[in-house]
Design a protein. Structure first.
Length: 146
């Protein structure tokens, strides 16, 4: 009987510890882009998750995004940006295709890690990817999220 009580108490502690650990790890938040007036066929989403060091992983996945050279005016690349509450707008990087730049499936991806908490994510068409401020040609955007 004593062994059973000891086992039951240890099992309860283990269950509570596992539950507490799971509550500390953030679940990934999936947010869809709003339908674009610039590239209406484009559809995509972002996934954001926070790690144990309070960094944020941002994964962008977009399908049917036209080549930037087909836009009016034509551009060279797409850049992903995030707005933060306290740190302004940050360049997350250039969208990449899974098999060559904008393959026949027109799928574009980006994986980025940032110490800043994203409030909104958007994509612009640009002539360079290493710029510090976004241009005016916004192609896709999300609503604000928290």
């Amino acid at each position: 009987m004593q062994y059973f009580q000891l086992f039951a108490r240890n099992a309860l502690y283990l269950i509570l510890l596992i539950g507490y650990s799971l509550s500390l790890t953030s679940c990934a938040k999936k947010v869809s882009f709003i339908t674009s007036g610039v590239v209406p066929a484009a559809q995509g989403y972002i996934k954001i998750s926070e790690d144990d060091n309070h960094n944020y992983t941002v994964d962008v996945n977009i399908k049917r995004l036209a080549e930037p050279s087909r836009l009016n005016p034509p551009k060279e690349t797409y850049v992903v940006w995030m707005e933060t509450k306290r740190n302004g707008t940050k360049n997350l990087g250039r969208l990449n295709s899974s098999s060559g730049f904008f393959s026949s499936s027109l799928q574009a991806l980006l994986h980025a890690v940032t110490p800043f908490k994203p409030e909104r994510v958007f994509v612009t068409a640009e002539n360079q990817s290493n710029i510090q401020t976004p241009g005016s040609q916004v192609v896709l955007t999300t609503k604000e999220f928290h």
